[in-house]
Ligand binder design. Structure first.
Ligand code: ZN
Length: 388
C-alpha cells in the first residue's frame, strides 16, 4: 500500500506544481498579450493546452475506474494546493525580462506535465497490480467463502471458487468461461477496464492454492527456473538473489534448500546479518559453504556491504516500487553491490518474469518509461533554446 501511496503523493505534488506554474502564466499572460499567443499557451482560455488536455483525459476515463477516481481526486487536491499557496512570483517591470520569465515558466510547466503523465501511467499500473496482489492474497489466505462475486456473461454473480479466475493484468475477476471468451478478444470483462487480457493472463483461483502457491502453479515454474539457473552456475561462483517481499523470501529459501542449495539470508538481528555477511565475503568457498545470499531489496542495512565475492545477481521478480526513479535507484543499488571496485569476474544479471503476468507488464512498462525518460533528457540537453 505504501508504494501506491508514494506514487499518489508524487502525483499530487506534480499536479500542484503544474497548476502553480499555470497560475503564474495566467498572471503574466495578461501583461504579455502578444507573446502569450505563442507556443502551447491558449490566450483565450488562459490555459496550457497540455494541462487542459490531461484534465480532459481524466474526465474521459483512464482505462481503469478505480485508478481514474484516484487520479481525479489527486489532480483536484494538487489544484487546491496550488490555489491555497501564497503567490510568490513577482511580475518583472522590464518587458524583455518578463518575456524571458514567461518562456522559462512555460518550459517548466511543460516538463512538469511530462512527469505528471509518467506518474499517471505508473499509478494506473500500480492500482492494477495492487488489486491483483490483494485478490491473490485473499484467495491464498482463504478469507473468502465458497463463492466470490465476480463478472459473468450475465453480469455480476456469486461464482463458485472452482470456476473463478483472476486476471493478472488488472486484478479483475470473473468466471473462467466468461474470462476465456473475453480473452479471445483481448478484453477484460469489466466494461471500463482497458487492460489487454489474454488467455495466459488468466489465473485460476484454484491454482493459487493456499500455502502451496509458491511450490506449484506459475510461481513454481519461476522458482524452478531460478534453481536450475543457480545449479548451472560454476561451483566457485557466488550468487545474490534479490527478493522484494519477506513472505516470498521464505518461499525462495525453502525452494533453494529443498534442492540442496546452501543459502544464506540477510535477515534477523544485526549480529545475525553481520555473521551471514562475513561468511559470504570470505574469498575461498568450500563445498559445504553457502554460495547463495538471499537479500530483501528494501533492506537498507546491507546496502553498503561489499559483496564482490559474488558475480551473479538474480532478480526473482521485477520491482514493485512506487516510481520509476525508485525502480532505477533500487536496481542500480542492487547491481552496485557486486559491480564495483574489487570485482574480478564478469558480472551476470538475471531477471525472472512470469510471462503475461503483472511481472512482464511492470517490467516492460518500466523499461519503456525509462527509455522514454532518458530520450527526453537527451533531447532536453540541446533543445532548450530551440523549443521556445
Ligand atoms: Zn480488468
Amino acid at each position: 500500500m505504501s508504494q501506491l501511496k508514494e506514487c499518489e503523493q508524487q502525483l499530487r505534488k506534480e499536479a500542484h506544481g503544474a497548476y502553480a506554474h499555470e497560475h503564474q502564466l495566467q498572471k503574466w499572460a495578461k501583461v504579455l498579450k502578444e507573446r502569450a499567443a505563442i507556443n502551447m499557451w491558449d490566450p483565450k482560455e488562459q490555459r496550457h493546452a497540455h494541462l487542459a488536455g490531461w484534465e480532459r483525459e481524466l474526465q474521459d476515463g483512464v482505462g481503469d475506474a478505480e485508478a481514474g477516481e484516484l487520479l481525479a481526486s489527486l489532480a483536484e487536491a494538487g489544484r487546491t494546493d496550488a490555489e491555497n499557496e501564497p503567490r510568490k512570483g513577482k511580475t518583472p517591470a522590464d518587458s524583455k525580462k518578463l518575456e524571458k520569465d514567461f518562456a522559462d515558466q512555460l518550459w517548466e510547466l511543460r516538463e512538469t506535465i511530462h512527469e505528471l503523465r509518467a506518474l499517471h501511467k505508473e499509478l494506473v499500473g500500480r492500482v492494477r497490480s495492487l488489486r491483483f496482489f490483494e485478490k491473490v492474497r485473499d484467495m491464498q489466505q482463504g478469507s473468502h467463502g465458497s463463492t466470490v462475486e465476480a463478472h459473468t456473461a450475465t453480469g455480476l454473480k456469486a461464482v463458485p471458487v472452482a470456476d473463478l479466475g483472476i486476471l493478472s493484468c488488472c486484478g479483475h475477476m470473473g468466471d473462467m468461461k466468461y474470462l476465456l471468451e473475453k480473452a479471445e478478444k483481448q478484453e477484460c470483462p469489466v466494461v471500463d477496464c482497458t487492460a489487454a487480457a489474454r488467455e495466459s493472463s488468466i489465473v485460476r483461483a484454484t491454482e493459487l492454492g493456499t500455502d502451496s502457491a509458491m511450490a506449484g502453479g506459475r510461481y513454481g515454474c519461476k522458482l524452478t527456473a531460478v534453481v536450475e539457473k543457480i545449479k548451472s552456475i560454476p561451483a566457485e561462483e557466488r550468487v545474490l538473489v534479490f527478493v522484494q517481499f519477506p513472505d516470498l523470501m521464505n518461499k525462495v529459501e525453502e525452494a533453494l534448500v529443498a534442492h540442496g542449495i546452501q543459502t544464506l539470508k540477510i535477515k534477523g538481528s544485526a549480529h545475525q546479518m553481520t555473521t551471514a555477511m562475513e561468511k559470504f565475503q570470505r574469498e575461498d568457498i568450500g563445498p559445504e559453504d553457502e554460495r547463495v545470499l538471499l537479500l530483501e531489496l528494501h533492506n537498507e542495512s546491507a546496502s553498503g556491504a561489499n559483496l564482490t565475492t559474488a558475480n551473479h545477481a538474480i532478480f526473482v521478480h521485477p520491482l514493485h516500487v512506487g516510481s520509476l526513479y525508485k525502480y532505477v535507484a533500487c536496481e542500480t543499488q542492487a547491481i552496485g553491490r557486486i559491480r564495483r571496485y574489487g570485482q574480478k569476474k564478469k558480472v551476470h544479471l538475471w531477471r525472472y518474469l512470469a510471462v503475461d503476468t503483472v511481472d512482464t507488464a511492470i517490467y516492460h512498462e518500466r523499461s519503456q518509461a525509462q527509455a522514454a525518460l532518458e530520450k527526453e533528457r537527451e533531447k532536453k540537453k540541446g533543445a532548450r533554446n530551440v523549443a521556445l
